[in-house]
Design a protein around this ligand. Sequence first.
Ligand code: MSP
Length: 581
Amino acid sequence: MVYCNPEEKPTLGSAVWVKSTTGEVCKEERSIYITTPIFYVNASPHLGHLYSALLADCMHRYKLLQGFRSRFATGTDEHGLKIQQAADMAGEDPLTFCTSVSQRFRQVFGRCDVSFTDYIRTTEERHRRAVEHFWCVLRDKGLIYKGSYEGWYSTPDESFLTPTQVADAVDTLGQPIKVSLESGHKVEWLKEENYMFRLSAFRTQLLDWLRRNPRAIQPDHFLQVVLRWLQDDLPDLSVSRPRSRLQWGIPVPGDSEHTVYVWLDALVNYLTVAGYPDDHDRWWCVAHHIVGKDILKFHTIHWPAFLLGAELAPPRSVHVHSHWTVNGTKMSKSLGNVVDPFERTQAFTTDGLRYFLLRQGVPDSDCDYTDRKVIKLLNAELADSLGGLLNRCTAPALNPNQTYLPFCTQSFPRNPYGRAVPEDYHMLDAVQSLPALVERHYESLHVYKALEAIASCVRQTNGFVQRHAPWKLNRTDDGERRWLNSIIYVALECLRIYGTLLQPIVPRLADRLLSRLGVRADERNWADLEFLLSYRGKCCPFQGRKLGHNTGVLFNRLDDPGGDEQKPRNVKKNDHPKALN
Ligand code: MSP
């Protein structure tokens, strides 16, 4: 059996000794495999889907900056009854229908700079091969048996439910119906012959996995939910549907009268991308999943149980996030309240939308979306605070030679005897410790905390510049000029740190910021986060260097139309510097 070392520091993708499925012990170092859930193609991509993908993208980009080999997979979940029904409704054959919606997801991800390395569709041949193989392994180990299922089924969730998971409700016509307690979706009673998976046999092994890997499910709140589920008996799980009910799926190997249950089919996508059933250990042993809270059980009970059954390692971690709501209600196609990411990037730019979602989304509780919030946040933090700081430090009036100005240790000594005041030293301490803090938050996918910390430092740096008002200093006086140069050097160094740390969040904006500072592409890695070398008496490669070209304001202020919550006034195309769109 394959387990991670329980003593190991619980960070993403760090080195770990693992036993491969072939029994070989290997040290997988500085590699990471990050996944999003694969998206149902019964509806177009919305902001909630994008959020799952952005979290994964942020992690992937951050790991690349740290010098990891990172693989980042996303894709579409194309089988199952609800896709079959959606294709019927659209009057298209299922594959044509799936291809066109899958393409829309790709377009939205392209538009939003989601830099996946692998895109998987469950209708691909390589995936069918992986599912068939996986099924046969479980079957040959005696973990799949033919039984009969009688109980509730929710098609929108593609989920089998126990009587305690359903409740009474009435439909729009006032007719009594049963609904899933968790999702609120209507359920129907099924009685059919199915293949069953011996989930009940895995309770102890699952508990053992979580005991040995206490950070396998994050945040902790969701681990507690899973541990509560595991206190009860686990019923065996139906893993097929009769072909007569569901044609759109992978036939059960050796029994074409049955179709593989869509969740078993979908979960195996993570293995398919890793290369399964061929050589897959290298990536599989560093797999980390990012999922929304609605699919927690599938990823933390069903999936690890399937994997353990097939003698494969459970994922290294499952990071869970909460939902985006509109007026307190979860976004859904049927409620007509979905927010279209494409439209929103037109209004706020790609980086603007990315920044907002990653700055405001929190893992533990739902977050309500309004355009007004986006506008306020982006104006305050990207346009005024960060953009304003860059503008000040690169303005020709203060920096006529357009250089990374030299630092003077006499004007700004390490002991507080110069012109600097205690708040300035506090600000330097805060920026000095910022990369480690951001690293900690990125590692635990508390991205919003990382951004909160960066925003706070940007405010402090603005305060520093404001306090010393370099524009009031007399550059013809040597001492004054050295002090002015030192102020600007410190502010430019702060900006370099912010730009480097922000690359996983707002890649285009960070690129423009760093290019304006004259920071080369090979100087933007995590290892380059050494702050204020001149202040420490070391040689700073940036000092004295020519700044990059001025390509205009960093982020244009957005019109705040006031009361109208849901309709942003679209910013005219030309209002934005091209590079931002
Ligand atoms: N197809 C399954 C996943 C299979 S993975 C083996 C599925 N698809 S989904 O399209 O419904 O959801 C994909 C992801 O989008 C999930 O992580 C889900 O939580 C996320 N979101 C869907 N709506 C959301 C919000 N309103 N807010 C945030 N994320 C949400 O489930």
